[in-house]
Design a protein around this ligand. Structure first.
Ligand SMILES: Cc1cc2nc3c(=O)[nH]c(=O)nc-3n(C[C@H](O)[C@H](O)[C@H](O)COP(=O)(O)O)c2cc1C
Length: 337
């Protein structure tokens, strides 16, 4: 069975990628991911704020006279084990690359076009195979229009693109309007791939303490539907850009559905956090078993098989009619037929 796929111009042995999470900040776990069949790994993000903070602290430290307190290093915040901050990040890339043969994709998370984008060059020099640019911004104020928010993302991609030659994927949340046009503009700005979708931070309210709780809730398979829809709409329409699916994988069924919709690669974080890196084995073997049971010889045979092929002008009417039909045919024991 040929499980190979191409993503960002890279050849992966199979389409299943361990997505950015605390697990991929540990080189021992990255090795287990490779042993369990991962096609590639994305490291946890290095955040714009971390880089700016390190630069600010370095400036403050060099402004202090040489014989001042040796405790100066305590000005630096304690690093979180899986995310060692800017300096340790380059080291993590180098160690991960030395430990495994699969592609190691670094991740930068920022919102502004500023000096920190130089970091993309350092990440490339440290040996990362590719870069995932996690553009995570919400525009809560009334002063930023949707067009401006999208233009900022495109400008940010262009700024990073100008620093490096290696492939760049852009990881996006689903809350952009006119997503088809936005995807095309990212393509023209030099994206090699899009990751659909990241999950927005969604806080909850603790009714006992009357306080916000910002714990992360892991995803579930019901969340793949928005990604399925957009992958099936975009697949084949952006020939230069590869597409990765990004949310809700729990079993190989979600992997297969995403591939059928048009994904070139499928990422998973929650399932690995829930079940451990060895879970990758069951995702890969489930995909293989399904392909051979259905008589397919390769992943390429099913990629985009279910994508929407209507002419662009008819797509909206088609989707609208599906939407109306789904509402009108809904059945409940409490609704009189
Ligand atoms: C605990 C945790 C940490 C994460 N850290 C990052 C990160 O550093 N960078 C990033 O781009 N995404 C991060 N993500 C998002 C995941 O990579 C992924 O896009 C998201 O969880 C959706 O995939 P899933 O449904 O398989 O969890 C994190 C997710 C979780 C649950």
């Amino acid at each position: 069975m040929d499980l190979r796929t191409r993503y960002l111009g890279l050849s992966l042995r199979n389409p299943i990628i361990a997505s950015a999470s605390p697990l991929s900040g540990d080189v021992g776990v990255i090795r287990q991911m490779e042993d369990s069949g991962a096609g590639a790994v994305v490291l946890p993000s290095l955040f714009e704020e971390q880089i700016q903070q390190e630069e600010r602290l370095a400036y403050e430290l060099t402004s202090i006279s040489a014989d001042s307190s040796p405790e100066a290093s305590s000005y630096f915040p304690a690093a979180v084990a899986h995310n060692p901050g800017p300096h340790g990040y380059l080291d993590l890339i180098a160690r991960a690359r030395a430990a495994v043969d699969m592609p190691v994709i670094a991740s930068l998370n920022g919102t502004t076009v500023a000096g920190w984008v130089d970091y993309a060059r350092l990440i490339e020099q440290a040996g990362a195979t590719a870069l995932e640019l996690n553009i995570y911004r919400i525009a809560p104020g009334a002063s930023v229009t949707g067009a401006e928010a999208e233009a900022n993302c495109v400008a940010l991609l262009k700024a990073v693109r100008s620093q490096v030659k290696f492939p760049i994927a852009v990881k996006l949340h689903p809350h952009f309007s006119a997503f088809g046009d936005f995807a095309q503009r990212l393509d023209h700005a030099g994206a090699d791939g899009l990751v659909l979708f990241n999950r927005l931070y969604q806080p909850d309210i603790d009714l006992v303490r009357l306080s916000w709780s910002n714990d992360v809730s892991l995803s579930n398979p019901g969340e793949i539907r928005l990604g399925l829809l957009w992958l099936s709409l975009l697949a084949g329409r952006l020939p230069r850009v590869s597409l990765a699916a990004g949310t809700g994988v729990e079993t190989s069924s979600e992997v297969i559905k995403y591939l059928l919709a048009g994904a070139d690669a499928v990422m998973t974080a929650s399932a690995l956090l829930r079940h451990g890196p060895k879970h990758l084995r069951s995702l890969v073997s489930g995909l293989e078993t399904w392909l051979s049971a259905r008589g397919f010889a390769s992943v390429s045979d099913i990629k985009g098989l279910m994508r929407l092929t209507h002419p662009e002008a008819e797509t909206e009417a088609h989707e609208r009619s599906n939407y109306i039909e789904s509402l009108l045919t809904y059945q409940s024991p409490y609704v009189r037929q």
